[in-house]
Write a protein that binds this ligand. Structure first.
Ligand SMILES: Nc1ncnc2c1ncn2[C@@H]1O[C@H](COP(=O)(O)OP(=O)(O)OP(=O)(O)O)[C@@H](O)[C@H]1O
Ligand SMILES: [Mg+2]
Length: 261
């Protein structure tokens, strides 16, 4: 397997052109950030502060107006197969079974049949979908479909996993199961992970470190290490003083902006 790589964001400032005018919207302001290889980073901040834009830069889909974004030693100037991107709504192919959906990326890479089947079987087992390998997406719940997408993501052994509010479409209980499941798989792979979320509890439960952004143009307001031991579970964490301190601190950082808006 590929060794993990880190992410380095150097002095990124970004503007988007306003449609139909010569004006520009400042979206990010002098953002510098370094995630070490294998680190799990969460980004939180008010709507419109540029979180998705920053994620798109790491994915190589958007180029910053100023500054640089590196994946490992390489400038992130284009998408790459080392990068997996997970969104809230899992896009599965309806005519392929769960197993065939998990195998898809490997198939595109030309992996041999047996290797594809073995990898898919292992990941379907890890995500609790072993008995649904032959089911089509229309016969799976939204939560199960999201788990198939999760299995498909890790089947490709990416160096980087980028997630934009991946659990926001799920009900509270399913969400919790998914968050814990994702962390379980991530712990086995130690892929460098970046999670964008509005859910503070989710950020603390999952990440090694949480970066809080100001309103647009987004700049870094706080950068907090989450030194809670793993495995973590929310039931226990809620009564942990350290959890409550971090939650409070994040909440205050975000609340200040609402108060001043
Ligand atoms: N392709 C684009 N062209 C022009 N403006 C854009 C484009 N993409 C995003 N924007 C603008 O950039 C700003 C930041 O958008 P972005 O999607 O990065 O915010 P966000 O922090 O992810 O917000 P949310 O939490 O609501 O998802 C917004 O004002 C948005 O309208
Ligand atoms: Mg967004």
């Amino acid at each position: 397997m590929n060794p993990p790589s880190g992410i380095r964001i150097e002095g990124v400032t970004h503007y988007f052109a306003k449609p139909g005018s010569k004006e520009y919207t400042p979206v990010l302001s002098d953002v510098s950030l370094e995630a070490r290889a294998g680190q799990f980073l969460a980004l939180v901040g008010p709507s419109g502060c540029g979180k998705t834009t920053l994620l798109n830069m790491i994915a190589g889909l958007v180029q910053p107006t100023h500054g640089k974004v590196y994946r490992g030693e390489e400038l992130a100037t284009r998408p790459d197969r080392d990068v997996a991107y997970m969104l809230a709504r899992a896009a599965l192919f309806p005519w392929r079974t769960a197993q065939k959906n998990v195998e898809l990326g490997l198939e595109l890479r030309g992996a041999p049949r047996q290797e594809r089947a073995d990898t898919a079987a292992r990941l379907l087992e890890l995500t609790g979908l072993k008995d649904f390998a032959k089911s089509y997406p229309s016969h799976l719940s939204q939560g199960m479909r999201q788990r198939v997408a999760l299995a498909r993501t890790f089947a490709l052994k990416p160096k980087f996993v980028l997630m934009d509010e991946p659990f926001s479409a799920l009900d509270a209980q399913t969400k919790l199961a998914h968050q814990e499941e994702f962390v379980r798989i991530w712990e086995q792979t130690r892929t460098t992970a970046v999670l964008v979320t509005h859910d503070l509890a989710e950020a603390i439960l999952m990440a090694d470190r949480v970066v809080v952004f100001s309103p647009r143009p987004g700049r870094i307001k706080a950068d907090l290490e989450i030194q809670l031991p793993r495995p973590r579970d929310l039931e226990t964490l809620r009564f942990d003083e350290r959890y409550r301190d971090i939650h409070e601190r994040m909440w205050m950082e975000l609340k200040q902006d609402v108060d001043h808006a």
